[in-house]
Design a protein around this ligand. Structure first.
Ligand code: ADP
Ligand code: MG
Length: 615
């Protein structure tokens, strides 16, 4: 048999390698920013167009490259950062593989200008798909500027896999944050499609965090500092009350490199135990310094996962350090002389004598009796103005013309027919309902026992209502007596802008104050005032994540999130009227059987089953 093994040509090998290094525009951004930092830049500009699909440019004022180095930098395994394997254990640069530029050049149109301090003229190189198109002498400032155009121009399959410009831009912003947060002494500018997204002056860590995430951060941060033989920890955790339902503002840096570590994340969460609820995550910006030889950053090609020699010790130190910092913060308010007007005695009461409260005892109180009162805080279930549900079922007792029957069949389940009865006067009533374990609404139908999951049912009802409102734009808004000012990070503000119209359609009323702050003057009827901040935060983060995974419409995504956050929960007590309204609304839905999250909303226990058990 003839020999069949061939060595792959360089450009093919480079394209294959590129797949590992460059997954999306954000990967290019990361590599270019890191190179600029390794080159000692003090000012870095990042310029992108169309989520980086059309252009990614990084301009730095670092040390630049000589003519030969400029050309060599695009070769695979060409690096100035290590020269032997031992160097790997003593890294103080971000890069070391010498793969990034070669990979990027294999799958894009690259244009590089560079000049060192000592040479008078610089070099201009153009490369397209690994082929050098031109190399000239050029007048250019000291430092390096690399533009990467038309990413994946020669791999259409990869290009088609890219998400929308907004999503790609979000990934780029994430990478930008990771780099900017750990290098506060470097000035950064970030432009997208010609407008400035970030202008970060040289600053300290705390200021940098505030410049990136908004000035509201400043009074949320609790400093963390500890130095041991194994590790030096510095940075900040966010106060427990600002823990969020979504992940996001959580950053670990090890030796100035952003890392992901579920194990260390757990250590931080453990330190917050008892201070925050189960389903929220604490925010943190933690900078770890360890001996470079005790850390292996080589195990993952994109280098965010690391391996520490002594993870258990790190865990313990981190946990106790943060606990300690939080403890100190907890006593701090006593020493804080900031004036809280809420604690003042109202004027009219100042001169009054204190009266002794009288105690009255309810002799008939039975602690074991089921509570029937409305829950406090959340408004009881409100039946929307569905005009006369009774009409829906009118005529069911009398012969029906086929046309209206067919539409009824689609709209509601047959069980509904048996769920209502006429009393002696001819009035239509629903069968009796009661609440079971504050979780289910139980009622009867012809065929047996109807059990509705109150939370899922309400999610379905709200989902259909919001979806309708977003599309027909007729959400009812309740005006806030005291408008609320909320501040957001730049990124979140952008998301809010994206979904703004839909939010307005369901009843939110916003006024823009400045880049960071938004004034909320109205909210949909179902949103309690105390929940506005959480609901918006949740909406923004769900929106960010939702568009990642599956391509459902913006309207559907928002309706889902709103319904999830605003629906009656398990544990909420409902009075009989609310129970009945819920039941009616559910069966007035287009798809009453499933919640918007594809969970079953109700079940029927057939009478036959009950009978069998009684035998
Ligand atoms: P690595 O960073 O792993 O060394 P790269 O492919 O990213 O590999 O870069 C190759 C080499 O090109 C670097 O080692 C460095 O010497 C040089 N280089 C890349 N970008 C810059 C820059 N912005 N300024 C100066 N030198 C650079
Ligand atoms: Mg590099």
């Amino acid at each position: 048999m003839a020999d069949i093994i061939k060595l792959l040509p360089d450009h093919v090998a480079n394209q294959i390698a590129a797949g590992e290094v460059v997954q999306r525009p954000a990967s290019v951004v990361k590599e270019l920013l890191e190179n600029a930092i390794d080159a000692g830049a003090t000012l870095i500009k990042l310029i992108v167009k169309d989520g980086g699909k059309t252009l990614i440019q990084v301009v730095d004022n670092g040390k630049g490259m000589s003519e030969t180095d400029a050309r060599l930098s695009f070769e695979r395994h060409a690096t100035s950062k290590i020269s032997c394997a031992e160097d790997l254990f003593n890294l103080d640069t971000k890069g070391f593989r010498g793969e990034a530029l070669a990979s990027i050049a294999a799958i894009a149109h690259v244009d590089m200008h560079t000049r060192t301090e000592s040479s008078e003229v610089g070099t201009h190189i153009k490369i397209e798909g690994s082929k050098i198109v031109s190399q000239d002498v050029a007048a250019t400032p000291k430092g390096t500027s690399i533009s990467v155009k038309n990413l994946f121009f020669n791999i259409p399959a990869r290009r088609n896999f890219l998400k929308s410009n907004q999503v790609e831009l979000r990934h780029i912003s994430d990478e930008f944050h990771r780099v900017a947060l750990v290098h506060p002494s470097i000035e950064f500018h970030f432009y997208n499609n010609g407008s400035e997204l970030f202008n970060l002056p040289k600053a300290g860590h705390r200021q940098r965090i505030c410049h990136v995430f908004g000035s509201k951060m400043n009074n949320r941060l609790v400093p963390v500092n500890e130095e041991t033989e194994v590790v030096k920890v510095s940075g900040f955790v966010c106060k427990p009350e600002f823990a969020k339902k979504s992940r996001g503002e959580q950053f670990f840096f090890a030796n100035n490199r952003f890392i992901k570590s579920p194990y260390l994340h757990h250590a931080v969460s453990a330190a917050f135990e008892g201070l925050i609820k189960q389903d929220v995550y604490p925010g943190y910006f933690l900078y770890l310094e360890v001996d470079p030889s005790s850390i292996d950053i080589n195990i993952h090609p994109t280098k965010t996962e690391v391996k520490f020699d002594d993870e258990n010790t790190l865990y313990a130190i981190l946990r106790s350090t943060i606990k300690h910092s939080l403890g100190q913060f907890n006593v701090a308010p006593i020493l804080d002389f900031e004036h809280d007007p809420n604690l003042d005695t109202p004027y009219a009461y100042k001169e009054k004598e204190a009266s002794i409260p009288k105690v009255t005892v309810d002799a008939s109180f039975n602690p074991f009796q089921e509570v029937e009162a409305k829950p406090s805080g959340r408004p009881a279930y409100q039946k929307p103005n569905v005009k006369g549900w009774e009409n829906l079922y009118e005529g069911l007792e009398t012969p029906i013309d086929t046309e209206s029957f067919s539409s009824l069949e689609i709209e509601s389940d047959t069980l509904v027919q048996g769920n209502f009865y006429k009393d002696a006067e001819g009035e239509i009533h629903a069968a009796a309902t009661f609440q079971l374990r504050r979780k289910y609404i139980v009622s009867t139908v012809k065929s047996g026992l109807l059990v509705i999951n109150q939370n899922r049912a309400h999610e379905r009802i709200l989902f259909e209502r919001f979806l309708g409102e977003i599309t027909v734009k007729e959400g009812i808004s309740q005006q806030l007596l005291f408008p609320m000012e909320l501040s957001f990070s730049k990124q979140d503000r952008d998301v809010l802008q994206e979904i703004g119209e839909s939010l307005t359609n369901v009843g939110f009323v916003f006024e823009e104050l400045d880049k960071e702050t938004v004034k909320v003057t109205g909210v949909p009827l179902v949103v309690a005032e105390s929940a506005i901040g959480t609901v918006l935060d949740r909406l923004i983060s769900d929106y960010k994540e939702g568009f990642e995974g599956n391509m459902i419409s913006q309207a559907e995504l928002l309706a889902r999130t709103l319904s999830k956050n605003l629906a009656i929960k398990t544990g909420d007590v409902l009075d009989t009227e609310s129970q009945l309204a819920l039941l009616n609304d559910l069966f007035a839905c287009k798809e009453p059987t499933l919640s918007p999250f594809q969970k079953i909303t109700y079940t029927i226990v057939p009478e036959g089953d009950i009978e069998k058990k009684m035998n």
